[in-house]
Design a protein around this ligand. Sequence first.
Ligand code: GLP
Length: 239
Amino acid sequence: MEIIVSKNYDELSKKAASFVIDLIKEKPDSVLGLATGGTPEGMYAELVKAYEAGKISFKDVRTYNLDEYIGLDGNHEQSYRHFMNKQLFDHVDIDKNNTYVPNGKAEDLEAECENYEKILKDLSYADIQILGIGTNGHIGFNEPAEELILPTHVEPLVEATIEANSRYFDSKDEVPKEAISMGIGSILKAKHIILLASGPSKNEIMKYFNNDKISTNIPASLIKLHPNVTIIMDEEAAK
Ligand code: GLP
């Protein structure tokens, strides 16, 4: 596991983007596993800049996202599909048919999860999987628990997550109570995992990367089992 401490958020974003840019240059039809949340926003902005400067093309890139809120359709401002369009897809030459986000409005959620897992498999999983981390240690929406589910599944959100994510909604009541999330097993199938953490709110949880333990109560700690992990955090998160 490589740990990179960047001076600030701007540097973190540039560093994270540089891994993706190098990958796309080397393999133009790369598969990217993407994350939402505030943390990767700067990285997406850097990727758009690199595209605009003619350094990379997304023409043949395929992407899939970690998760989506149940009950929100792709046009909802807080849906992760909308987030991805706004942050990246609308600004680059990617074919949106090659971008996958679970359908939070699927009538049959179990079938949606199974189908999503099949998509990941057909894509042979991500060359790079980007992850953020919740203050409670969740990745995607895999919440702390005694047992974690390996494939894509429906996950009830815990109170801490609803509270943390309510900042994006008009009120806490509007935050969906469930999500479709890739499981820990599907996340660990990526060839390279890059976890990003920024700011003092991630300080406490990032301490857990200083030891040689794993715990399902800190789902992000399971990435310690993966042979190719890079953690990029800024000084505030690393303090
Ligand atoms: C959400 C997402 C996670 C993300 C987390 C942290 O709950 N499901 O994938 O890592 O938020 O978000 P932020 O980067 O805004 O702290």
